[in-house]
Design a protein around this ligand. Sequence first.
Ligand code: UT7
Length: 328
Amino acid sequence: MGISILGMGRYVPEQKLKNDDFTRFIETNDEWIRTRTGITERPMAGWEPTWYMGKQASLKAIEAAGIDPSQIGLVISCTITSDFLTPSMASVIQHEIGAVNAAAFDLGAACTGFVYGVDTARRFLETDSSLKYVLVVANEALSRFLDFTDRTTCILFGDGAAAAVLERSDKLFSSALFSDGSGAKHLFARALSPAPEVAAESDFEDPIPEGPMHKLQQNGKEVYKFATQALPKAFDSAAEKIGITKDDIDWFVPHQANIRIIETAAKKLDVSMDKFIITLDHYGNTSSASIPLALSEGIEKGLIKRGQKIALIGFGAGLTYGGIILEY
Ligand code: UT7
């Protein structure tokens, strides 16, 4: 059983940080950021809560799908930057959009969140015939968890949200999800201090002992190496399950972290960059929102058309990674 994307919506805050803006508070320059990452500017949420961005994207997706919010049976919010420890962003968004008949929960798989979310939605649709529509919304405000004194990390991320209304269909679908927790120490934001005796015993604790609480800390080189392996594997694993190859795919929609990671993955897959949707130049890395933002923009620009085969390939903290192949 496959799924159909009935409608998508996206929302990014108006406020932006351009590369040059960073020179006011860290030692960097536009050329370094552009050539090492491909990023030119990124939206910044400022006062806008994560749920607010998710709400705006969801309302647009619902309108595009042409359904009533009360027909949605499940809201999955993909996020690692929730406004609350509890309740979930999904419950807040459910109320805000009037999805009065929906169950709701958050899903945390970092930048692979939307891939995990769509796969989870499909499984719900497959096993619960009373469920007609699922809303998967990815909403992130990474800017609140960045250390703006760390030039290797703070220049990478942006804020935004994108959502999709899904229903079951007999269209082509395949997915492959992975996690390699041995790499958890390479990309994390700590909520609590570990007990020293636990920290001493654990492989995870304390990779960057001096790092600030709640702020994102990253070993960029390790994540880079991982990502260039993970993206091709995510695609190959999903493709193998349904016996198709890269030549059957019209569009690759990768996680938008660094243009050099995407170029390396494209080379490994032996796929032209012309088949990749790229939005990181103007959004930066928006974690779980990055793939659906790119997908939604690709659809709106008329690049992605009905009937085409799309590969969504992501990686992120966890370290998680995964791929979905579907027909739009
Ligand atoms: O979804 C989350 C996934 N995260 C990622 O995908 C991140 C993966 N990693 C990366 O994208 C890259 O590793 C970075 C963009 C984070 C760094 O690029 P790099 O080519 O690996 O640079 P580097 O860490 O090797 O640093 C090269 C130089 C260093 O200076 P020295 O030691 O050679 O003098 C850095 O200190 O560049 C310096 N540098 C900067 N210079 C200007 C690091 N950040 C900056 C900066 N501006 N913002």
